[in-house]
Design a protein around this ligand. Structure first.
Ligand SMILES: Cc1ncc(COP(=O)(O)O)c(C=O)c1O
Length: 432
């Protein structure tokens, strides 16, 4: 099997850029953008890529060329957006914490605030240069998302204001000289059924009818699941199959009906916004690793199966451990080898650092390139340097060309921020 990413073999990428390496397929990202932009007949949702999924200036630029803005949640996200040339209406901002420094960073970009709580409105209004229009995040009490840790819309979650409080928060905004023009609801990641998004839409449209009469924008957040796909020998993915539980077309039709009904009843057209993260980049991103060692039962390894050790770990595939996500492992250039049940272990000094367990893979050898799929969202962004292992480089493969878009961290980077000896500035001490 030759594993290709955007038409380039994984082993070529590994040889040229080194491993471990995140590689992204630009065309796959574009396909996803088009699918979501055209999902609702008669409406064109404005997409804001959720930067937290994978902050990358290169990907933000690629998306910006397609009319996609950025959904930020921190000054760091805003810095990525600014580097990619986004500002003003191309930025939307929703955060659970909003200290003055974060507020100032947002106002400097001209981005659009989605307030998570009334206190954020007060804080926002204290600076005079702010925009007048703001959004408000609603807590829908809808349980959706693939794991309890990501079910942001469930009852009792820390985000947003209760539907019953919307009217009073809208009044408070008015008193502060602000206008709530957008209601926002984000359910969670990997929402299984379109009807969950539709239920969220119905809730905010109801609120917009009476409690929030200035609303002209509904932002349904993110959570569009990555279509189920298997991989053929050329590592080509079929398009979303009818067996996918989440049908975009069904969501689109149901959303269209509700928006049109709302317009007929109120005379108010609604602009729709989505904030996809994983849907755009999850399976456009791959983690390319190399086998560095082999452990075999016949040479004293206390296991019924051989284990290949790679130069990467769960630090680079974070959710595999914390959310138990499954990542298919593809072995590049392994045609003709017998298939053997094997494990793949990471290089961390931690027993649980196993990236593939009891998988039927071609008999692995030192030097083999193993590619983990669905590594594009919430992996690099949550990667750590645990055990003194610098974070991988990133490449974007686009239109047949692979380009380094983030350099590999080095060991020197790891110690760069140590404040020690002569390097300690005068104002970094207390009590001398
Ligand atoms: C407010 C908000 N919008 C959008 C997203 C993106 O979610 P997903 O990557 O599941 O599409 C998130 C993820 O945490 C979020 O918190």
């Amino acid at each position: 099997m030759i594993v290709t990413i955007g038409g380039i073999a994984a082993h070529e990428l590994a040889d040229t850029f080194g491993t471990p390496l995140y590689a992204f397929d630009g065309d796959r990202i574009r396909q996803r953008v088009r699918a979501l932009q055209s999902a609702v007949p008669g409406h064109r949702p404005k997409l804001f890529y959720s930067i937290k999924a994978h902050p990358s200036v290169a990907i933000l630029r690629l998306l910006s060329d397609l009319g996609v803005g950025g959904d930020a949640c921190s000054p760091g996200d805003l810095a990525y957006a600014a580097r990619a040339g986004l500002h003003g209406d191309e930025i939307t901002y929703a955060a659970v914490s909003f200290p003055t420094g974060d507020r100032d960073a947002l106002i400097d970009t001209g981005g659009f605030l989605i307030a998570d709580a009334p206190a954020q409105l007060t804080m926002y209004a204290q600076r005079t240069e702010h925009r007048r229009d703001v959004g408000l995040r609603v807590s829908p009490s809808i349980t959706a998302g693939f794991h309890p840790l990501v079910q942001a819309g469930a009852r009792g979650s820390k985000f947003g204001v209760a539907p019953s409080a919307v009217r009073s928060v809208v009044c408070k905004a008015r008193q502060l000289g602000l206008r709530v023009t957008c209601l926002h609801v984000h359910l969670g990641s990997d929402v299984a059924s379109p009807m969950s998004h539709v239920a969220a839409l119905e809730l905010v449209l109801k609120l917009a009818t009476v409690d929030a009469p200035d609303v002209s924008i509904i932002d349904l957040g993110g959570g569009w699941p990555v279509p189920f796909a298997t991989f053929d020998a050329g590592n080509h993915y079929p398009p979303a199959s009818p067996s996918d539980s989440y049908l975009l077309a069904e969501m689109g039709e149901q959303v269209r009906t509700r928006l049109d009904r709302f317009r007929a009843a109120t005379g108010r057209p609604i602009k729709l916004r989505f904030e996809p993260g994983a849907y755009l980049v999850m399976d456009a991103g791959f983690l390319i690793t190399r086998v560095t060692d082999l452990k075999r039962p016949e040479t004293g390894f206390d296991s019924p199966r051989p284990m290949a050790i790679i130069d990467s770990s769960y630090s680079h595939l974070f959710s595999a451990v914390i959310h138990n996500t499954f990542h298919e492992a593809l072995v590049d250039g392994s045609s003709g080898r017998p298939l053997v049940h094997q494990d793949v272990g990471g290089h961390l000094m931690q027993a649980g650092d196993i990236l593939a367990r009891d998988r039927l893979l071609p008999a692995l050898e030192v030097g083999d390139v193993i590619v983990f799929v669905k590594a594009g969202a919430y992996k690099a962004s949550q990667a750590s340097v645990f055990n003194g292992r610098p974070r991988p480089a990133e490449v974007l493969v686009d239109r047949g060309v692979a380009r380094l878009v983030r350099r590999r961290e080095t060991v020197a980077d790891l110690v760069r921020f140590e404040a020690h000896g002569d390097a300690v500035p005068e104002d970094s001490r207390l009590g001398d």
